[in-house]
Design a protein around this ligand. Sequence first.
Ligand code: GLC
Length: 756
Amino acid sequence: MILDRRTVLTGAFAGVLALPAPLRALAADDVTRVDDLIARMTLEEKAGQMTCLADSFRPYNPPNPAAGIQDEKRLTDEIRKGRVGCLFNGIGVVGARRAQEIAVKNSRLGIPLLLAGDVIHGLKTIFPVPLAEAASFDPALAEKTARAMAIEATAAGLHLTFAPMVDVARDQRWGRVVEGSGEDVTLTGLFAAARVRGFQGRDLRRDDSLLACPKHFAAYGAVAAGLEYGSVDISDETLRETHLPPFGSAFAAGALTTMAAFSEINGVPATADRELLTDLLRGEMKFRGFVFSDYTADEELIAHGYAEDERDAARLAVLAGVDMSMQSGLYVRHLPDLVKSGAVPMATIDVAVRRILYVKTAIGLFDNPWRSLDENAEKTRIATAAHRALSRESATRSIVLLQNDGILPLDPAANRTIALIGPFGEDRDNVYGPWAFYADPGKGVDIATGLRAALPDAARLIVVKGCDVARPIDGGIARAVERAKNADVVLLAIGEAQDMSGEAQSRTTIEIPAAQQALADAVAATGKPVIVLLRHGRALALHDGVANAQAILATWFLGSEAGHAIADILFGNVDPSAKLPVSFPWESGQEPFFYDRKSTGRPVIDNRTEYRARYATTDNSARYPFGHGLSYTQFELTDLKLSDAALRWDRAIEVTARLTNKGKRKGSEVVQLYIRDRVASRTRPIRELKRIQRVTLASGDSMLVRFSLSRTDLQFVGTGSRIIAEPGLFDLWLGQSSVDGLHTQFTLYAQEATKG
Ligand code: GLC
């Protein structure tokens, strides 16, 4: 399966030219019904449709600061008055039905509520965090898991999820890197589209179709220095080249909602940025759905220093293009007055309400307001064995083997003692990862449980914590060292707790916490072989006893089946095949670090380091680069060939190479195609990922991998923000990471020129 950037870049600007199918499918009488409804709505009811509030009927402790209405009686009253259009972050069919009955039977116009929630990587069956799953480099897998999540979310009385998060994260100090697909625009775009397809399925009117909401529009992943909610200062070209294409891919895949980011771009908060939310999103990208604000983000325009007061904030947000205000209540409190005073045209309100009602129509809510409120589905479709099996499969496909001196895979039958050391050995509180607040606490499979289930003699597993996540334990290291000395091999379960990752979890360093590093160094000093099992929601800078281990597995936050998946990989039941979606630097100080960086005028070449673009205090490469990941077998790429070294303007060339499994075990490899535009009217990255292809081969087998490349793959955003391609010389690599590969060159010839 060949996946390419074409769908990503053009998706942002061309692929969404056509209306997304679900809106195209609105029948004429649907449109008439919406128009009739709008004609009958009072101004307050219109403002109500544009209001989304936390669900007090089915309260869950979402990761949001308490704000607004928090009790069922007041919320009931608001719904009855037609002052609410959407509830979010509650689950459960009984509570949902209660809320829907008030809206449909007790309000004047009976407009059904839209029911939304943050199902980011699972409802009750928790899948690996999105960043982990991106390591599979397999969007088809993400589509499958998103489909499973949608089945569970809709069975629990939800119509929409605030996902996928499609922010391209360029700084690992930012905690929300965990929610996306990493540092690369192509990979993020492929996963964005796959997750939208998975959530929504083929028919939005089905009761197991879950509306997607690709977020956070836009460039939230570019916050300065990785500081959460911080400011973004980037050129229009970078915005369009790096941060918008994944939204284009998500819209092209059929997403009908999006969410404005908390952050500002170049001095204008996204929530009040008309150029962003109307001129660009709707004018250029032809987005036809509706825009949520983020949680109280309209009210936060005051704190941004961009709005005078609540009324001004509501005015700025609605005029910018925010259709649905989340949690602040500003719209229902201030829009009627703003319209009556002439500060906001009624037409602006009607357009927003129409967008919202079209989406409710598209999912069949007017025909069947009880859609996705089926108690039998709630009993039978959630936390099924099939979903747990899929979670385990996705988890094994997310684990990246960073280094291995040959110690892995372990033979489970070997007669030896295994010491499982570290704060995450038996921990069940940090298995799911952030954004899994619907999950049942403590139900995830911890590492020790997974290992015991896989070992013929579980007595051979000795478990000792050694230290807490961030603090030493009295005598903990001594006990751990003593256990290590009596063991044949040590598994070191260390890394981040889930509350160190996700929203509002920016960190100044991305190192392992000091207490754990001390434990790792002490265990390493015993001389026993050490296998590190990293738990993390971002790239980490590894040092000393951790970095020098005989083997290191990046296991992220793997969800419900974490322990079994780790055992599957450790004992070789599954061959590791994942690749890094984010670069692991040597030092935190290298952040923001990403592989597709610019050359500069003084690049480090041939080890020349005098007066060169480099930090004087560290190796300036990545310790583990984007796209890196080992397996238990060895793959070799040979015979790189181009069908032609001249790429004509309107033609394509074929790229082929032979991939061989030179090892003794079956395995999977992800072949990656990178290019570099040697000379351009705006500087280009030293490498850009264009294609990925995942291949599974038995020992000794080989196959021809084949890609097609055309001018559209070479397009970039030139100065003045035009999408252009320019004739000239290109490098091409076909490799197994962003730093290796077979190399060749080709030339793109201008329209009129022919082959020289
Ligand atoms: C949060 C997040 C957003 C989430 C929303 C609702 O603050 O920024 O991603 O969907 O609020 O919980």
